[in-house]
Design a protein around this ligand. Structure first.
Ligand code: SF4
Length: 303
């Protein structure tokens, strides 16, 4: 065990079972906003980092656990793994849930990488810059990587891939926000199914600044049709917290049950459970193939 993690509660992917094919932290970028910290191994060379058969075995062992997506992500850039295509293809035969790949887009300029990534159902690429200057400033790429080739790769990928593409744009104050209009035009030209705007809300590698909620709202005029995905208000309203703990003290509930009984959006149920779980007020258990959350106090033993 050790190549799969989660399921984690993800606002974009719901219950996401992660697959990590890398050694910590191997990437061809060293983004200033990276929540994993500085890139330890900055490389553009694709390689084999983990034993492929062991990863496939672990996916088989976890196949009956509940998750909404099996997501290739983790401690660096998944396309650096030469095993990505083969493991994604195998995973599709093993699990029922859609398979997702999160990528920084840089290697989509390679036809063979595009072919491997296209084995997934959903691809979540990033695009944070158009000019090479902004690319260097925000993503600090390994030598030889060019922003224009990354954008061309995204366009080629769209032509070859019929699944869902959810393009993420990370906006950082004073670093790439000045070229938001150019990024918006480039993002549109790559024809993703969704454009998701983000800013720095988790601890970044460098002391960079997020855009405010008002500034991000204004970005929606520059990126028409895009969605905002950052969460500035990382808290649970007191009344919601009490109601949720009360509900989960009475009986364990799935996310769907929480959403229905509390009359809240699924993404809010995910957010609140994430916070209360982190605070040690609720915990999770797997029971008859479903993931249940329950209050730490007043735990009901239903075995
Ligand atoms: S591409 Fe992803 S993993 Fe790599 S440095 Fe940027 S945010 Fe971190």
């Amino acid at each position: 065990m050790g190549y799969l993690f989660g399921p984690v509660l993800s606002r974009r992917l719901g219950l996401s079972m992660g697959v990590d094919l890398l050694k910590y932290k191997t990437c061809n970028l060293d983004c200033v906003y990276c929540e994993l910290g500085r890139t330890a191994c900055l490389t553009s060379c694709r390689d084999r980092f983990v034993p492929r058969q062991k990863v496939i075995k672990e996916i088989e062992l976890k196949r009956s656990e509940p998750f909404d997506h099996l997501t290739f992500a983790g401690s660096g850039e998944p396309t650096l793994s030469l095993d990505l295509g083969e493991i994604v293809a195998q995973a599709k035969k093993i699990v029922e849930a859609p398979v997702a790949v999160i990528t920084n887009s840089t290697l989509l300029s390679s036809p063979s990488v595009r072919k491997e990534v296209a084995a997934a159902d959903v691809v979540l690429p990033s695009l944070d810059a158009v000019s090479q200057t902004a690319f260097q400033a925000i993503n600090r790429p390994a030598s030889g990587l060019l922003a224009e080739e990354m954008i061309a790769g995204l366009k080629d990928f769209r032509k070859e891939f019929s699944g869902e593409i959810w393009l993420e744009v990370m906006l950082v104050r004073g670093i790439n926000d000045a070229e938001a209009e150019a990024i918006a035009r480039a993002a549109e030209s790559t024809e993703p199914d969704r454009i998701q705007l983000n800013t720095v809300v988790r601890t970044p590698a460098e002391p960079v600044e997020a855009l405010s909620e008002e500034e991000m709202q204004r970005m929606l005029e520059i990126f028409p049709g895009a969605e905002l995905i950052p969460d500035w208000d990382w808290s649970v309203p007191a009344r919601t917290r009490d109601r949720l703990i009360d509900l989960l003290s009475g009986k364990p509930c799935t996310l769907e049950e929480i959403s229905r009984q509390m009359e809240i959006e699924g993404s809010d149920a995910i957010k609140y459970c994430k916070i209360l779980e982190k605070d040690g007020l609720i915990t999770r258990r797997l029971y008859t193939g479903k993931l249940y959350f329950h209050a730490v106090e007043g735990l009901i033993d239903d075995n």
